[in-house]
Design a protein around this ligand. Structure first.
Ligand code: ZN
Length: 156
């Protein structure tokens, strides 16, 4: 029986994510397909919307705008901080990734984008923020979520 994708179903899919120039940013090909609980907010809204009503075996291409993906780039998340904030770290270079706890106790990941003397430029935006995302999707399986999966909000 073909069950159209909707809430409380676990969807397994293969995906390839490309930027607008066709560069592959991420892909499940060659590894296990990705499983998510539909309606659980496990995946970005634009992709979840596009998958609703699809069935097992469907292939689809989905273009997701930043607002429905990882959001727009927020300038407030791009900052310059002083080297002494990196207590105990000897050498700081562009490209290094860090985890910091914000004042409201949320863990925030950021990347060092530039180092100029004691000024360290950091960016805490999601790496895919501000980007239009182009997905190739193949729906591998659609099944009912277990009670446990539904209560946890994710597939097991
Ligand atoms: Zn769980």
């Amino acid at each position: 029986m073909t069950q159209p994708i909707g809430n409380d179903l676990v969807v397994t899919m293969h995906y390839t994510l490309k930027d607008d120039d066709g560069n592959i940013l991420d892909s499940s090909e060659g590894s296990d397909p990705l499983a998510y609980l539909h309606g659980g907010g496990n995946i970005i809204p634009g992709l979840e919307k596009a998958l609703a009503g699809r069935v097992e075996g469907d292939s689809l291409q989905v273009k997701v705008e930043p607002a429905e993906g990882y959001g727009e780039v927020e300038q407030s998340l791009i900052q310059t901080i002083k080297r002494e904030a990196f207590d105990g770290i000897d050498s700081i270079e562009a490209g290094m990734e860090f985890e910091a706890e914000s004042s409201d106790n949320e863990v925030q990941n950021f990347v060092v984008t530039e180092v100029q003397g004691d000024d360290i430029m950091i960016d805490a935006n999601h790496p895919l923020a501000g980007m239009r995302l182009n997905f190739d999707i193949k729906v591998v399986e659609v099944r009912k979520a277990t009670t446990e999966e539904t209560s946890h909000g994710h597939p097991h």
